[in-house]
Design a protein around this ligand. Structure first.
Ligand code: URA
Length: 282
């Protein structure tokens, strides 16, 4: 029997159980979509465009991206106020612990409502190398640590290839909460979280930064260039206090898992990082 059977009134508990059995166990968007109306050919109400879907790698676009408005709750607080609150909290944090606490108390980003854990960082905050990804996935959300799933295992192998491990690297993400269903973070979410990752980089003050994937590179290097053009070329990430940190944009491990032929490109980028770290020690 299907959940749309009309032989008796629809029991919502049964419908939910049916969804749960089918593995539908989380909400991807803030508002429900009437799939039954869509299936029956009735036009679902259209809404004004919100934000363009991201073109980042390794994630799927938000369902119905571009066809729904920002949720009423988010509209209640002007973006400017959220952004200002994020900047203040980040700037006032003088240690990484304070920054983690500031993020934990920050309610200006709706992603925290669907995430199970704040994913702040892993590795050694004293390390010379810092790596920044895009946003946590399912495994990271469950464990509260960045890059612990399949991409993380590949990242560990990439680090090992240049003689490093997590005791000699510090790892974080631009966005510290998992976007529901692994969708691409919206530009709004990225901008709201930007002050925190920028402050995190400033507090760690690494000698070298690796931007893992296009979204991280675009955010931290203030560019719109694609990752295939950016990768392999040294750039600088300039902190709020004016320190210029050499930054290497490279391909995201999730992308490399899907496109193994490009692993050799990432390998070259990591070798560049190894050479740079050596030259900075000399
Ligand atoms: N992808 C990311 O960008 N970050 C993670 O922590 C895991 C996967």
């Amino acid at each position: 029997m299907t959940p749309s059977s009309s032989s008796r009134p629809l029991d919502l508990r049964e419908l939910l159980a049916f969804y749960a059995d089918a593995g539908v166990d989380e909400a991807l968007t803030e508002e429900p979509v009437n799939r039954f109306a869509q299936a029956e050919g009735r036009a679902a109400p259209t809404r004004p465009a919100e934000l363009p879907a991201g073109a980042e790698t390794g994630r799927r676009p938000s369902p119905d991206a571009g066809s729904r408005a920002a949720p009423a709750q988010a509209m209640a607080v002007p973006d400017q106020a959220q952004a200002a609150a994020a900047r203040d909290l980040a700037r006032n944090a003088t240690t990484l612990n304070e920054l983690r606490e500031a993020l934990a108390s920050f309610d200006g980003c709706n992603l925290r409502l669907t995430a199970k854990n704040l994913v702040f960082a892993d590795g050694n905050p004293e390390a010379e190398l810092m790596l920044v990804g895009e946003a946590p996935g399912r495994d990271e959300d469950l464990q509260g640590l960045p890059f612990v799933g399949r991409s993380g295992q590949l990242l560990d192998r990439m680090l090992a290839a240049i003689g490093l491990d997590r005791s000699r690297a510090y790892i974080a993400n631009v966005i510290p909460w998992r976007p529901p269903g692994n969708r691409t973070p919206t530009p709004h979410e990225t901008e709201i979280c930007r002050p925190f990752i920028e402050r995190q980089i400033e507090l760690v003050n690494p000698k070298v930064l690796i931007c893992l994937g296009g979204p991280s590179a675009k955010t931290l290097l203030h560019t719109t260039e694609g990752i295939l053009r950016l990768r392999g070329n040294w750039r600088e990430h300039v902190t709020a206090s004016g320190t210029a940190i050499p930054a290497m944009p490279t391909l995201h491990p999730a992308y490399l898992l899907r496109t193994p032929a490009h692993k050799r490109l990432a390998w070259r980028d990591f070798l560049e990082v190894k050479i740079k770290l050596r030259s900075l020690q000399a």
